[in-house]
Design a protein around this ligand. Sequence first.
Ligand code: SIN
Length: 505
Amino acid sequence: MTATDTPETTDVLVVGSGIAGCSAALAAARAGAEVLLLTKAERPDDASTDWAQGGISTTRGDPAALKEDIIAASDDTADPDAVDVLIETADEAVEDVLIDTLGIEFDETAAGELDYTREAAHSERRILHVDAATGTHILRPFLNHVDDHERIEVRQDTAALELITHEGRVHGVVSDEDATGTPIYAGTTILATGGIGALYSRSTNPDDATGDGIAMAALAGADVADLEFVQFHPTAYAGETPFLLSEALRGEGALLRNAHGERFMPDYHPDAELGPRDVVARAVEAEREATGEVVLDVSPLEFSDEFPGIAKTCRDRGIDGDEIPVAPCEHFLCGGVAVDDRGRTSLDRLYAVGECARTGVHGANRLASTSLLEGLVWGLRAGEDAATAGAEPEIVEAPDLRNRDPDLPERFAAEKFTRLQRTMDEFLGLERDPDEIARAGAVLRRLKGEVDAYIRTRTARDLYELRNASVVALLIARAAGENPESVGCHSVVEDEPAPEQTAND
Ligand code: SIN
C-alpha cells in the first residue's frame, strides 16, 4: 500500500468459508453489517465442512438426552453451560438456516418423514443427513447464498497472514493479496479457519487445514485451550490416501473385525462399535497392532443402497467386497481459541468459531455430528454479536511483511512440513508417552526456529501455513506435556522400561 492508497475497510471480516464462516457472515449481514468473507479456499472442497459425511445432530425434541450424550462422550469434561447454549439453539438454527433459508432437503423415509440416523455414542436417532455426504449438501448452497447476499462480499483464494493488533485490540488482517501483504481493516474480525488435519500425515481434512486461525490468534496473545485433545476417527480407509468411512455405517449396523475375523469391540466397551470415538479408535489401533488388520464389515447393511456415496468411493478405489480395511486417522481438534458463548476471544474485537474455536462443547472428546451444529450455532451467535458490537474499523499500523530475502531454499516448506507431520504422527498421536511428548516439543521448537528465520521475508502462503502449523503443533505438544491425565482423546502411556539385564542373560 502506498501513502496515497485508501486502506480497505469493512464492518465485519470473516476468515474462512466452512459452515461456521458462512453462518457468521450470514448473521452479521442479517444484522445490517457490511461483511467481507475472506477465504484461502478456491473450491468448496477446500473446507472441511464439504468433507463432513455423517450429518448434523438435532435434539429431536429431547435436548436433555443430547446433553447427556455429549457430556458422556466427552468423559464428563464438556462444559455444561456451553452444551446448554448448543442444545437450546440447535433445532431453531437448523430449521431457520438450513431448511427455511437454504432449502436443504435432508433425507426422508419412505413415509416422507425426516430420516434421522444414529452414530456412535448417540442414545437416539437424531442426526439429519443427506446420504453420507451431508457437508457437501449444506456447504454448496450456503456458499451460493452468502455469495448472492447484497451485504456480503466473498473473496476466494485469499489467505489471512497476520492479525492487525494494537493495544490488545484486533483491527483486521494482513492478506496475501500482494507481495508485501495487504491490510484489511475491520470493526470486528471472526476467525473460522477450521482444523489442523495437515499437521498429521493421515487426516480426514483437506490438505490446507493448517491451523491458521489458532496460530494467528495465539501469536497475537489470545487464550487457547484444550489443544491436547486431537480427535482421531476410528474408521478411515487404511490404505494410501485415507478417506472417511462414516460412523453412520456403524450406527446402521456395520461391525469391526480383526484379522482373525473376530468382532472385538464388545471386549472394549459395553456399547461395542457404538462406544465413544476415542475408545473405538484406540481399540482399532490395538487390534491392528495385535493381529495385523482391522476391517469394517458392512455386510449387515444394504451398503450400496443405504450409503451410495461411500460405496461409490470404495468402488472407485478398487475396494471390493464387504470388508473395508480401516485405521484411525486425525479428524478433529476439540480445543482451539478459547471463546465464550458468543464466540468472543480474550482479545477485544476478535471472535473465533467452528473447529478453530474452543467453546467447551466437546471437552476432551467430541460426540459425532456435533461439529457442523457447533459451527452453525456459534457462527450465528458470533456473527450477530460482531455486527452489533458497535465497533468501527480503525486504521492502525499493520505488520510490515516485506519481501526481503530471495534465497529461500526450494522445497523448504514441503520438507519442513514432512518433518512436522512425522513428529506429530510419532509422538502426538493416539497414545502419548511423556518422554516422547518432550522430544516432540524439542523437535518442533527447532523447526519453528528455522521457519521463523524466513517469516516476514516474504508473503508466500505455503511458508505462512508452515509457520501456522508449527505454532499449533508446538501448542499441542505443550498442552499434552502439561496434562499428565489420560482423558478422552488424550491418552498418556508410559513406554515399558526395557527389561533389566541379569548376569545369566
Ligand atoms: C462421521 O461421519 O463419522 C463423522 C461425523 C463427525 O465427525 O461428526
